[in-house]
Design a protein around this ligand. Structure first.
Ligand SMILES: NC(=O)c1ccc[n+]([C@@H]2O[C@H](COP(=O)([O-])OP(=O)(O)OC[C@H]3O[C@@H](n4cnc5c(N)ncnc54)[C@H](OP(=O)(O)O)[C@@H]3O)[C@@H](O)[C@H]2O)c1
Length: 425
């Protein structure tokens, strides 16, 4: 018997890391799994205090949870941490600053790794630099295991599994439903900081992307129409194009599906839906200034200093109240178009207009710290329990590719992340 833990949550003093604990233990109990787990971070005092308070609020005693001390700036401490687990759930962001060090330590100690990154520069860099090494060592490095981008990437897998034909294109529409009319913040500043770094590195991400795959995707027709702004008949909301991170993750998955299984790549566009044209204009106006400010050091520091002002109250240092979290539902509606009766392996051109449509919905409560913590915990457990259904023997994959053949959707559904087929015609 090894005295290694099965699972370590690194960054447990963070807003998301801490809230992942009950989701992890729920799934372990639900499936009767004998998986041991512990937590890690850079301050023992802080970890103990937070575990105590969080445990008391949930009526659970976390006094005996193993604690490992590791600091991003101390390589040996990271290796010491990763060598004590079979998988690390890495919740220390921004990943642009802290992610690669943990991945390297995992590769050195033969430990699987999942994270919540929505930062394409980081996730794609990990694939570019470490895919072959992870493959040769039998280690899975899976990023984007939160709201970004499990609902979209696994949602497309769900559409494909239910389609019985060839999908040519998928449009996804993400929108929120709030049960209260409160204007309280919805997300913690950790995610906001990560978004700023992602925007600051937009051009670097574009140039890095060109090196990511050695093969070129075949051109598929008809081309999906890309709309910067439109009123969607599917969700009855005003929508704007959202190129990153969901669309980038989904396109990376399509590239892998083509390379690994010779599947016809599905064209994907992702949109964000807002309640009125006025909200859409406001969001685009704020987004424009955040993009401009994120490009220069001085103005970027202003963004970091005043998250609430620049995000119209969406993000704060204190994080959202429990009531606000639980009162918010995120929905992703997906509409796929294609043809009857052929398989997804038909790469050849089909010279007729798509004649079949499928609509599905993925939804979950508390997008940042409910749905994301569930998808994060279930990603790790799926790697430990179903690696025989994952591609190859290891590698750096987007979640849709990593988990397509596993029972992840079933597990998510049981844990509040609903996958529903709305219609097929
Ligand atoms: N895309 C999604 O769906 C989604 C959802 C939720 C979260 N996220 C991402 O998850 C990440 C965490 O978000 P959050 O809101 O939980 O952030 P947070 O509350 O700021 O937590 C950050 C964590 O990183 C740790 N950390 C920072 N510097 C460290 C160092 N040098 N050594 C060791 N640990 C260090 C912090 O430890 P200390 O307490 O010691 O400072 C803390 O535990 C962000 O990148 C965010 O974007 C993504």
């Amino acid at each position: 018997m090894s005295d290694k833990l099965d699972i370590i949550i690194f960054g447990v003093t963070g807003y998301t890391g801490l809230r992942t604990i009950p989701y992890l233990t729920n799934v372990i109990n639900q499936y009767n799994l004998s998986l041991s787990w512990g937590v890690a971070g850079r301050s023992e005092v802080k970890i103990k205090k937070m575990l105590k308070e969080f445990g008391q609020s949930k009526g659970v005693n976390y006094d005996n949870v193993p604690i490992i001390i590791a600091d991003i700036n101390d390589e040996n401490s990271l290796k010491n941490m990763t060598s004590q687990a079979r998988i690390v759930l890495n919740a220390t962001g921004p990943y642009y600053l802290y992610g690669e060090q943990v991945v390297k330590a995992c590769l050195a100690s033969g430990t699987h790794h999942v994270d919540l990154s929505g930062e394409s520069l980081y996730t794609e860099k990990m694939q570019l630099l470490y895919h072959e090494e992870a493959k040769s060592k039998g280690i899975y490095i899976i990023s984007a295991c939160g709201l970004d981008s499990i609902p979209v990437d696994m949602g497309i897998v769900f559409l494909k599994n239910n389609f019985q034909g060839t999908l040519n294109s998928v449009e996804t529409y993400t929108y929120l439903e709030t049960e209260s009319s409160t204007k309280e913040p919805l997300l913690n500043v950790g995610t906001y900081n990560s978004v700023i770094y992602a925007l600051a590195n937009f051009f670097q991400t574009e140039s890095q992307r060109k090196k990511l795959f050695h093969t070129e995707l075949p051109t598929t027709e008809p081309k999906i129409c890309t709309k910067l702004i439109h009123k969607s008949d599917l969700i009855n909301k005003w929508c704007t194009l959202q190129p990153d991170p969901d669309a980038a993750v989904a396109r990376r998955s399509q590239h892998f599906f083509y390379d690994l299984y010779n599947e016809r790549p599905i064209q994907v566009n992702c949109y964000l839906g807002l309640n009125s044209f006025w909200y859409l204009l406001k969001a685009m106006f704020l987004g424009f200034w955040i993009i401009i400010f994120s490009q220069f050091n001085r103005t970027r520091n202003l963004l970091f200093k005043y998250p609430s002002s620049f995000s119209n109250g969406l993000f704060t240092h204190e994080g959202p109240s429990e009531e606000r979290q639980e009162g918010t539902v995120v929905n992703v509606k997906l509409r796929g178009k294609g043809w009857w009766g052929m398989s997804q392996n038909t790469v050849a051109l089909i010279d007729s207009a798509p004649n079949k449509e499928i609509i599905a919905k993925v939804s979950g409560r508390n997008p940042g710290y409910g749905l994301s913590c569930a998808t994060f915990a279930i990603s790790a457990i799926t790697i430990l329990t179903e690696s025989d259904k994952m591609p190859s023997t290891g590698g750096v994959y987007p979640p849709g590719v990593a988990f397509a053949q596993t029972t992840m959707i079933e597990k998510l559904h049981l844990n509040g992340v609903k996958f529903e087929l709305i219609s097929k015609n």
